[in-house]
Structures are given as structure tokens and as C-alpha cells.
Design a binder for this molecule. Structure first.
Ligand SMILES: Cc1ncc(COP(=O)(O)O)c(C=O)c1O
Length: 413
């Protein structure tokens, strides 16, 4: 047993944008005994989760489930459809887009990184706005020889709090009449922000368990299109564990070619029941995240602090990035809030380290959880000497009280 110097009373406030808190109902489901992964009971579980997860991705096509973190599913997406030396177009929305770009280089493909130039308040402009489809369209139009094999973008950029318009990226590719595949990271968007794999013409969607699905880390996904499956037949980047073909084949019976993480699959089954069985369905799930985002942003504005996302059209329903005034170390503020109030906030990553912190508002959360998190932030900011124009707690209370949830927040157990 891991021993800590002390254990604070009450629940820890895990307000990072993933891993998000795991509901008791899912923890209980995962506590069932581990079963034979080649037995009949397992096959039924496998078929259920494989069917349910398609509904969450809004796809009719196969979804591959890996016992790996999201980073593994990034690698799987690239290595199944690309060959060494292939050109790919990526877009710099933040830290996670940058890590995927770095991975592409390490795998031996040739990524080109589009971005808006310049900085604002010491933050790269591109890290405050979504993917610009017109830049993608112009670059693809210039690629008359169709050298670019894939366009890779992050749907919900967890390092900044920006949710890009994926349907618009699809339209840009089509307007350029370019055959590139569209690969999307929705690791932190899926099951919180609206996401439609088929309707938006995505070829591979990458996702993970520890965000909107409300599961522990350790499981990740590739949702496929028929075009992606076709491309995988000729792609030559080395792959074995990640190769879709054997997994998709064995999944037809509800099994995997290796030992899957059985207890996380129990959890996934329960998470899908909760999300899909919610009155109002997935639209209600997206609606409650939008509302939480509105309430938290009303709070940040009341403090007089800058929201990192500078374009209201692409505010994330999953998290809000809060920029600190010049000279304030955001990580010192975070540490104080953690030490004094037992609340974890997301750190500034990569190019915004120390400049901002992130408040997660996703998954198993409610109005009062967010008000308490804002109270912890507000006390911590004041104790850190940050001048605040007003109270975020009051502003968020006013917002939540004036905007009742469209659907009940509770779910049948
Ligand atoms: C948008 C995004 N992409 C990729 C990753 C990497 O996933 P993992 O840490 O599960 O490997 C994360 C993790 O937070 C993420 O938020």
C-alpha cells in the first residue's frame, strides 16, 4: 500500500482535464473478478463494448481498442496508414499537436507543421485559436502532385482549451479536391464535446479512456473509415502490436489477439451504459459540458483574467485555460491551491509552462464541484497576490442559477 504523510479528509478535487474522476458506478463495475479472455462470457462482453463504442464515436465502422494510453493510439493511427518518408500535414494548436508532430518525425514520416505566426500576451497565437481550415485548403491546393498523404489535427487541444471545427477541416480537404486521409486526435474531446466520426468524414479518430469516458487511464482507441482500412493494406511503416488487421478480424467474435485489459472493458461497458442511456443521449452529455464551460468562463471573466482561448467560436467545453498576469508563476499558484485546498489543476504545458493553469470541467462533475474548484482557485489567487476584479464563484453561481441544465444531471444506477 502506498503511504502518504497524511491523507486529507473529504474528496480530492481532481480538476485536471483528464484523468477525470471515475464515478463510483464505474469503479464498482471494474471490481468484478477478471475472467478468461478466451471464454464465452468474455466474447459477449467484447461484442457489447465494440458495438457500444461505435455509438460514442458516431460511426458504423470498426473501432480498435488498445490496452495502451492515448500516445499508443497516436502511433497506431500513423503506423497503420503511412509509409516511411510520407509527407503529412499537421497543425500546431498546442502541446499535444506538437507531441504528435514529434512522434511523426520519430516514426520516419515527414510532417509539415502549419501554424498562425506571432505571439499575444507572451503566448503563441496558434495556441489560442483553433485549426485554420483555409490554411489547410491553401496548402493542399499547392500540392498538385498529391504528395501529402494525411492531414492530422487535434480536435480538443487539452493544453490550451480550444476545440477545433473538424467538419470545416473536412470541407477544406474536399474543397482542395485532395485525397489525403484525415486523422483526428479526439483524446480529450470524445464523450464530452460533440464528435461525429462518420458525418465529418474522418478516416482515423484517436481517443483515450481517461477523459470524457470517465475511466482510468490505460485504454485507447482508433475509429476507422473504409478508406483508412484500404490504406492500411499497403502502408509499410513497421507495426505488429498496433496492426489493425488481426485485431479487427478477431473482434468479429468479441475477442482480441492478445490479452485485453478485462477490468477496463467492464468499466467501458458501464461508461457506455451511462453515456448512451442518459436521458437525451449524447446530445445531453455535450450540452452539460457546454454549460459547465460557460459557467467557468463567466467566472474567469469576473476575475478579470484572460481565458487562453481567444476565439469564442472554439471555446472548449472540456477545460478552460487561465492566463496569469505577467510576472505571476502559474505553477506556484497551482501548488498553493493543491497544498492548501486539496484541488489539482492542470499545469501549463510546453510553450505556456508557468504562464497558465487549466481547469477541467468534464465527466463526473456538477455545478457544485465546479463552484468549489473555482473557490479553491479564487482563494489561491488571492493568497498569491493576484489582483482580482471580482468573484468567479459569484459569477458562476449566477450563471448556473440562471441557466438550469436542460437534462437531469443524475443517472439511473
Ligand atoms: C489531446 C491529447 N492528445 C494526446 C494525449 C496523450 O495521451 P496519453 O497521455 O493518454 O498517452 C493527451 C493526454 O492528455 C491529450 O490530451
Amino acid at each position: 500500500m502506498l503511504t502518504l504523510d497524511y491523507h486529507p479528509t473529504g474528496r480530492h478535487f481532481l480538476q485536471i482535464p483528464g484523468p477525470s474522476p471515475v464515478p463510483d458506478r464505474i469503479l464498482r463495475a471494474m471490481s468484478l473478478p477478471t475472467i478468461d479472455h478466451r471464454g464465452p462470457e468474455f466474447g459477449a462482453l467484447g461484442l457489447k463494448v465494440l458495438a457500444d463504442i461505435k455509438k460514442v464515436f458516431q460511426t458504423r465502422h470498426p473501432v480498435v481498442i488498445y490496452p495502451a494510453s492515448g500516445t499508443g493510439a497516436w502511433e497506431a493511427a500513423l503506423s497503420n496508414v503511412l509509409s516511411p518518408g510520407d509527407a503529412v500535414l499537421m497543425y500546431e494548436t498546442g502541446h499535444f499537436a506538437s507531441l504528435w508532430h514529434k512522434m511523426a518525425t520519430r516514426l520516419g514520416i515527414k510532417p509539415e507543421f502549419l501554424a498562425l505566426p506571432g505571439t499575444e500576451h507572451g503566448v503563441p497565437v496558434s495556441w489560442r485559436r483553433g485549426v485554420q481550415p483555409d490554411l489547410i485548403e491553401a496548402r493542399l491546393k499547392a500540392d498538385a502532385q498529391h504528395q501529402i498523404k494525411a492531414v492530422c489535427v487535434v480536435h480538443n487541444e487539452t493544453s490550451t482549451g480550444v476545440t477545433s471545427d473538424i467538419a470545416a477541416v473536412r470541407r477544406a480537404i474536399d474543397a482542395a479536391r485532395h485525397p489525403a486521409l484525415l486523422l483526428v486526435d479526439s483524446i480529450s474531446g470524445l464523450a464530452s464535446a460533440d464528435y461525429r466520426h462518420d458525418e465529418w468524414g474522418v478516416d482515423v479518430t484517436v481517443s483515450g479512456s481517461q477523459k470524457g469516458l470517465m475511466l482510468p487511464p490505460g485504454m485507447s482507441f482508433n475509429a476507422l473509415s473504409p478508406k483508412a482500412l484500404e490504406a492500411s493494406k499497403t502502408a509499410t511503416l513497421p507495426k505488429a502490436f498496433w496492426a489493425w488487421d488481426e485485431i479487427v478480424e478477431m473482434n468479429k467474435g468479441g475477442y482480441w489477439p492478445y490479452t485485453p485489459n478485462t477490468n477496463l472493458l467492464y468499466g467501458l461497458s458501464e461508461a457506455c451504459d451511462m453515456l448512451l442511456g442518459q436521458p437525451g443521449g449524447l446530445e445531453a452529455v455535450f450540452g452539460r459540458h457546454r454549460r459547465w464551460g460557460e459557467g467557468v468562463r463567466a467566472g474567469v471573466r469576473a476575475w478579470g483574467l484572460q481565458i487562453q482561448c481567444a476565439d469564442a467560436a472554439v471555446y472548449s467545453p472540456v477545460l478552460t485555460g487561465v492566463l496569469m498576469p505577467e510576472g505571476v508563476d502559474a505553477d506556484a499558484v497551482r501548488k498553493l491551491i493543491y497544498d492548501r485546498f486539496d484541488c489539482s489543476l492542470g499545469t501549463g504545458l510546453g510553450r505556456v509552462k508557468g504562464r497558465m493553469f487549466r481547469i477541467g470541467h468534464l465527466g463526473d462533475c456538477n455545478d457544485l464541484t465546479l463552484l468549489a474548484a473555482l473557490a479553491g482557485c479564487e482563494m489561491g489567487l488571492k493568497l498569491s497576490g493576484v489582483k482580482l476584479a471580482g468573484s468567479a464563484v459569484q459569477a458562476a453561481m449566477d450563471y448556473f442559477a440562471a441557466h438550469p441544465a436542460a437534462q437531469p444531471l443524475t443517472q439511473a444506477a
